[in-house]
Each structure stands twice: as structure tokens, then as C-alpha cells.
Ligand binder design. Sequence first.
Ligand code: KG4
Length: 340
Amino acid sequence: MEDIILGIESSCDDTSAAVIRDGYLLSNVLASQDVHKAYGGVIPELASRAHQLNIVPVVSQAIDRAGISPSDITAIAFTRGPGLLGSLLVGTSFAKGLAVALDRPLIEVNHLQGHILANFIKQYDSENRQPAFPYLCLLVSGGNSQIVRVDSPLEFEILGQTIDDAVGEAFDKCSKMMGLGYPGGPVVDRLAKQGDPDRFHFAKPHVPGLDYSFSGVKTSLLYFVRDQMAADPDFMDKNKEDICAGFQRTLIEILMDKLVKAAKQTGIREVTMGGGVSANSGLRNALTAEGKKRGWNVYLPEFKFTTDNAAMIAIAGYFHYLRGERTPLSVAPASRAAEL
Ligand code: KG4
């Protein structure tokens, strides 16, 4: 018997649905929400309304592209949290309704676990390299910056995490402040490639253990730009590539320093990354280089699996399904990780 899992993701501003069969990806459909661009950040109420518009066509397309019919689905996995409550409510309610209509089990998934397991999405015509357990995952997104030790598909421990802003938030807020657009990560990444990373230096935090902090570097950049602009209103325009390169280099160094520390402390040499910021070209190069230098086996997720997507929810749901876990229809979404 084949296990066909439909995954549904709606935790933030992307509506996504995916189908996997015995761990192999059949379809992964994503509808991004352009409505937030005008505001320079995600507006929760607009996000949930856009999810309501998108969810039916996105799920239908995922089923069509997979070449299956709804009755072929074995179980429905959905993101229960963490995320924006209104957004989560749309995906959770839809998943429940479909589970009742098709008389199939419902499986809740922790969004972060999806990112952590993104390397296990198997694809036809692909090498499907997968990390061995235990491995370390640098989970970096708009809402999280964590170093996670993963002992099995469903057992993980957070070794360190940000005590203030997430690294994606630092990219986004600084980009917005510098007038470069939203989301900030891809813009800064693109400009940084054209700049000199050694021209400008920004403050680095001194946080004990494996925890991170990004609000200091953010403030350091914002004050620097403000002071320079007071003296020369064109400063930003003339120097944005070098500013972005220096800022990005600082964020990468902060991330890598703690990851190296975690690898030394645990003795683990299998290392992966996940979350939207793992699309960053500088960070990907830095992790690859560090891996070569230290003899780590590094696994980078494909770009399409770095940002929010339902394929990672489907694969995480598949592991829960195999372990016999089922979620009751009375389930409610949970916006905070601690509630899951
Ligand atoms: O995982 P994700 O899609 O969802 C949330 O956590 O909301 O991550 C989104 C984050 C945003 O902060 C975005 O700026 C960042 O990922 N991001 C990047 C890049 N692409 C997306 N950050 C740095 N470099 C990139 N190329």
C-alpha cells in the first residue's frame, strides 16, 4: 500500500500545498502574497484573508499536478504552529474539513520541524543526499534563529536560539530602514554580492553559550546609516552595496561562530540548514567552506525548500504518520512554539 500525504502550510504569508508518495515529492504548489509589499512587512489580517482566497485553488492544483484524485490521499498533514494565528486558522480549518470529507486522518506538524526535516524530501531524478543522525541544523528564518540537535526524525533539542530578533528579522528591518524593499534578505543578498564586505564594520554581540542576539547589530547599522546620512544625504545611494556586504558578513560570522561552537561541544559533524535565510548565498558559501575546513558533511536544502513550503510539512507529517500519530478534529492552531 502506498502512503500518499497531502501537506498544507499557511503559517505566515505563503499558502502552500504538496503531495508526497512514500516520501517522494509529487507536487509542491505555492502562492505568495504580494499584498504585503506595500507595507514593508506582513500584515496578519491581510495574510489570513489572502490564505482564504488561495487555499482552495492551491490544494486543488497540488492534487492535480500530483496526478492523483482526492480519494487516493492517505492522510492530511497541516502546520499547527508556530506562526500567525489567523493564518494558521485557515490551514487548520481547511485540513480538518478535508479530513472529514475524505474520512482520512489528520496529522499536525510543528512548522519548525518541517524546516529541520526539509533534507528528507525525496525527489525522483535527484541524488537525495540525507544527513545521518544525529545532526545539527542551523534553523534561520524570519521568526527563528536556532541551533537544533536532531536525534531522529521526530526527536530534536534546541541547543541555542536568539534572545531577541531573528536573523531574518534583522535582514528585513534593516532593509526597510535603508529603503531597499521587502523582504530584505534577498535584496541585501543581491547587493552584498556587488560590495566590499571589509569596508564597514558593525557591532557583534557577546552572548554566552550557544544563544544568538541580532538586535545589537541591527541598531549598530541603523545608527551608522543615520549619522552618515545626516552628513551626506546621498551616502546610502552611493554605498549601499558595501553597507549590505558588511552587514551580511557580520550576520554570517555571528551565525557561524556559534555553529562551530555547537559542533565542537557535541562532536557532531553532520550539518544542515533550514529556513528562509538558508537561501542566502553568502551563508551557503560560508557553511560549505567551514564544512570543508572542519571535515563536516554539509547538506544544503534546495532553494525551493528553504522558505515556507508544504513539501516539508508533508514529509514531517509522513514521519508522524509512520509512527502511528493522529490528531483529533478538536485540535486548535497554536501561534507559539511553546504551546505545541
Ligand atoms: O522561513 P521563511 O520563509 O518564513 C518566515 O520565517 O517567515 O523565512 C523568511 C525570511 C525573511 O526574513 C527573508 O528576508 C529571509 O527569510 N530570506 C533571506 C533570503 N531569502 C529569504 N535572507 C537572507 N538571504 C536570502 N537570500
